[in-house]
Design a protein around this ligand. Structure first.
Ligand SMILES: Nc1nc2c(ncn2[C@@H]2O[C@H](COP(=O)(O)OP(=O)(O)OP(=O)(O)O)[C@@H](O)[C@H]2O)c(=O)[nH]1
Ligand SMILES: [Zn+2]
Length: 360
């Protein structure tokens, strides 16, 4: 490998830059565009972008639905930013926080001609950076990145790469005696694309030839650490480790997919919308996300790397079972995990059962 950044490294830089409010260049077949996150871009940078050409605001089809904007490309809407529109105008479209106070934002003009591929990639990058899926997009000459010292992403290669799960490196493991099980070991897995690390807690030394008692737990800072009553995550985490402790063997994957994969800041935005009366699924949609943005292939990959091919899966979520099976991990048994019901999460769990197919 030479000193030049490869594509994975370039994408990691692009995510970092978008988070910092720095624009990046996406190179497509029909030309290049300059892209900035609507959430993090500074007003001066937006003004500098507006000088370069007509500004679009790329939004997901989900967000467009709430805004009553026509998404000609189904999953992507290219909203035309009126000349002279301030950053506040853009932020109001990107962020649903004030939707209820200012319901009439339109009529919004959306682009129909041309190709939406670069807008789509911009949104994928925003999601991967755990930002709101909303990006300012403006056409630029193909030598723009080199001239201005910006990161340049070749779209045709990057878009398919972002759909592939990166290889995970096992970094280290060490003993961590737990209240629930003294013979526990924590493993750290690091994705080669520079995204968040994931953990596996191995209890005892489970037989690799038999189905292992397993849980795929998605990070929930509020439930796991703070004891939030809005969800059932904390009690599920403790019950799963407790059961593994009792049986003397098991593996709990702690996947850093906070907020069903949208990140903690966006999850708090979803909670703020829930305070306005929307349910957990509606809140995700208003923000521009799908119900569930997690990638459960990750869990299968870690299990496989640890030498497990069959599980007794502790879950109420049929999507997790289906994904395990599709990824070649046999689910020998579903072990229900029903704990932590409170008056605060009754509705949340009912919505998951009604809309996301969770088993009651
Ligand atoms: N976006 C969003 N995420 C939430 C909300 N409440 C909890 N979460 C997240 O949802 C995830 C819950 O994950 P899991 O415990 O794996 O739950 P599950 O998919 O319902 O499956 P099982 O618990 O296995 O039945 C965690 O990442 C939480 O942070 C919410 O209202 N909105
Ligand atoms: Zn939770």
């Amino acid at each position: 490998m030479g000193l030049r950044a490869d594509l994975n490294e370039t994408l990691a830089r692009a995510r970092g830059d978008l988070r910092m409010g720095v624009p990046v260049v996406l190179m497509g077949q029909a030309g290049a565009v300059l892209v900035a996150s609507a959430e993090t871009v500074a007003p001066e940078r937006m003004a500098a972008m507006a000088v370069l050409g007509p500004l679009d605001l790329a939004l997901t089809g989900r967000r467009a639905e709430t805004l009553k904007a026509v998404a000609y490309d189904t999953d992507v809407a290219r909203v035309i930013v009126p000349e002279g529109a301030p950053l506040a105008w853009v932020r109001q479209l990107a962020d649903p926080a004030d939707d209820m106070d200012y319901p009439m934002k339109g009529p919004l003009q959306t682009r129909r001609d041309g190709d939406a591929a670069l807008h789509r990639l911009a949104l994928t990058l925003c999601k991967a950076a755990r930002l709101l899926p909303a990006a300012l997009v403006v056409p630029v000459p193909s030598d723009f990145a080199a001239k201005h010292g910006l990161v340049q992403v070749p779209a045709a290669e990057a878009a398919p790469l972002m759909l592939v799960l990166p290889p995970l490196d096992h970094v280290i493991s060490a003993k961590v005696p737990l209240r629930a099980a003294e013979n526990a070991r924590l493993h750290i897995f690091r994705p080669e694309d520079g995204s968040d690390e994931h953990y596996a807690i191995e209890i005892g030394r489970p037989d690799r030839e038999a189905p292992v008692l397993a849980r795929l737990h998605s990070a929930c800072f509020t439930g796991d650490l703070l004891g939030s009553l809005k969800c059932d995550c904390g009690p599920q985490l403790n019950a799963a480790l407790g059961q593994m402790g009792i049986e003397g063997a098991g593996v709990l994957l702690y996947l850093n997919q906070e907020g069903r994969g949208i990140g903690l800041a966006n999850k708090m935005r979803a909670y703020a919308l829930q305070d306005q009366g929307f349910d957990t699924v509606e809140a995700n949609h208003r923000l521009g996300f799908e119900d569930d943005e997690r990638d459960f292939r990750l869990g299968a990959q870690i299990l496989e790397e640890m030498g497990f091919s069959a599980v007794r899966l502790m879950t109420n979520n049929p999507a997790k079972i289906a994904m395990m099976e599709r990824c070649g991990v046999q689910v020998a048994e579903r072990v229900p995990l029903k704990v932590g019901l409170s008056k605060h999460n009754e509705r949340y769990l009912a919505v998951k059962a009604a809309k996301s197919g969770h088993l009651l």
